[in-house]
Design a protein. Structure first.
Length: 71
């Protein structure tokens, strides 16, 4: 299958799953199958959607590094 078609099909599936009632099951499914790339595609899709919906945050935001403590 053409990679572009596969990604389109995966995005359609993810969009439907994200609209579903059980977000916990979706998260578990994505985490249980990290090797298939769906989790990465989901995070990228949601980030691009946020960028589209809130352009002012991305245009005027700043990088603020955070300090981490502990293990």
């Amino acid at each position: 299958m053409d990679p572009d078609n596969r990604h389109r099909d995966l995005l359609h599936w993810l969009a439907g799953a994200a609209r579903g009632q059980d977000k916990t099951a979706l998260a578990r499914d994505l985490l249980d199958h990290l090797e298939d790339g769906c989790a990465k595609l989901f995070v990228t899709w949601r980030a691009m959607d946020a960028r589209r919906r809130f352009p002012e945050v991305f245009a005027g935001g700043a990088y603020l590094p955070l300090a981490a403590n502990g293990a």
